[in-house]
Design a protein around this ligand. Structure first.
Ligand SMILES: Nc1ncnc2c1ncn2[C@@H]1O[C@H](COP(=O)(O)OP(=O)(O)OP(=O)(O)O)[C@@H](O)[C@H]1O
Ligand SMILES: [Mg+2]
Length: 286
């Protein structure tokens, strides 16, 4: 084992694993101290979660971060979906890489929005990431401690589905974060929302509310609402557990088109039912 302050290039050296004030890699303070210091400069942390995949977590996280930054707030977006990072694609940042100033990792910036994603570390975006829990934990800790987030009004975290290593690590570290749970209306989603609620309660994480996404389809021609996925899972669970329902966002082709084109739908058309519903979600969270 290396002497404190001199890990000498041993495992962990330069990767957030040094014991503190390392002479070999120049890390200052223990990883825990560095996280505390970096996160003390963030006013509000918001973790976007769901027990289920494909319900719109990344869409909500990216558009929330974008919409908050559009108000002039200083916002960080941290994409910890290690196996399927979406934020770069949704913000037209594919191919970007993270630079370092020798001390800190420099996030990719769009105006007042700072973005960090694992995708920025991959040589080829199509590479599969085959990492076990401890490695994922190390990367997430490093994103929190060693990125030059500076002073932020909000840090929005996009997580992969479920209650695995990534959301667990983030929520255990960011104890003062608020959770936004995303779901779709189907009855089968209800069980997943309950799991997400239970996850937050076990970790004593404040739940800001539930977003029911893909909640009906509004005909662009006649305005009639078709309940493609019946069930109202988000609304029902919100009522049952006394959790705020932040909004119901309908299915809108512009939402997925915006995501695919790297153009957040919140920016495209503020008059559509989906954009209005999303603006309500942002207002409820701010
Ligand atoms: N309200 C909506 N209307 C139309 N398409 C939507 C809507 N919400 C999300 N989508 C689309 O659904 C797909 C899945 O959304 P998204 O990637 O945000 O889900 P996710 O929960 O982050 O998925 P994963 O679990 O894989 O991380 C995307 O193509 C997105 O553009
Ligand atoms: Mg996602």
């Amino acid at each position: 084992m290396s002497e404190k302050g001199k890990c000498g290039g041993s495992a962990g050296c330069g990767s957030g694993g040094c014991s503190g004030n390392c002479e070999s890699c120049g890390e200052k303070g223990s990883p825990k101290q560095r996280i505390e210091e970096a996160m003390s400069r963030v006013k509000r942390k918001i973790v976007v979660l769901s027990g289920k995949g494909g319900v719109g977590k990344s869409t909500v996280a990216v558009n929330l971060a974008f919409a908050l930054a559009a108000t002039g707030a200083k916002v960080g977006l941290m994409d910890v979906d290690i196996h399927g990072p979406s934020a770069p694609k949704m913000l037209n940042l594919d191919g970007m890489t993270l630079a370092s100033n020798g001390e800190k990792i420099i996030p990719v910036e769009i105006g007042t929005l700072k973005v960090v994603s694992l995708a920025f570390l991959l040589q080829n975006p199509d590479d599969a990431v085959i990492w076990r829990g401890p490695v994922k934990l190390g990367v997430i800790r490093q994103f929190l401690s060693d990125v030059d987030w500076g002073d932020l009004d909000y840090l929005v975290v996009d997580t992969p589905p479920g209650t695995g290593d990534e959301p667990l690590t983030v929520c255990q570290i960011l104890k003062d974060a608020g959770a936004v749970i995303v779901t779709t209306p189907q009855e089968v989603s209800a069980a997943d929302v309950r799991k997400s609620v239970s996850f937050c309660r076990q970790l004593e994480l404040n739940i800001l509310g539930i977003v029911e996404n893909m909640s009906g389809f509004v005909c662009p021609h006649c305005g009639e609402v078709t309940e493609i996925f019946a069930g109202g899972a988000g609304e029902t669970i919100a009522e049952k557990y006394g959790i705020p329902l932040l909004g119901k966002i309908p299915i809108d082709p512009a939402v997925s088109a915006g995501g695919d084109a790297g153009n957040p739908f919140a920016r495209i058309n503020s008059e559509t039912p989906a954009a209005k519903a999303f603006a309500g979600v942002v207002k409820a969270i701010r």
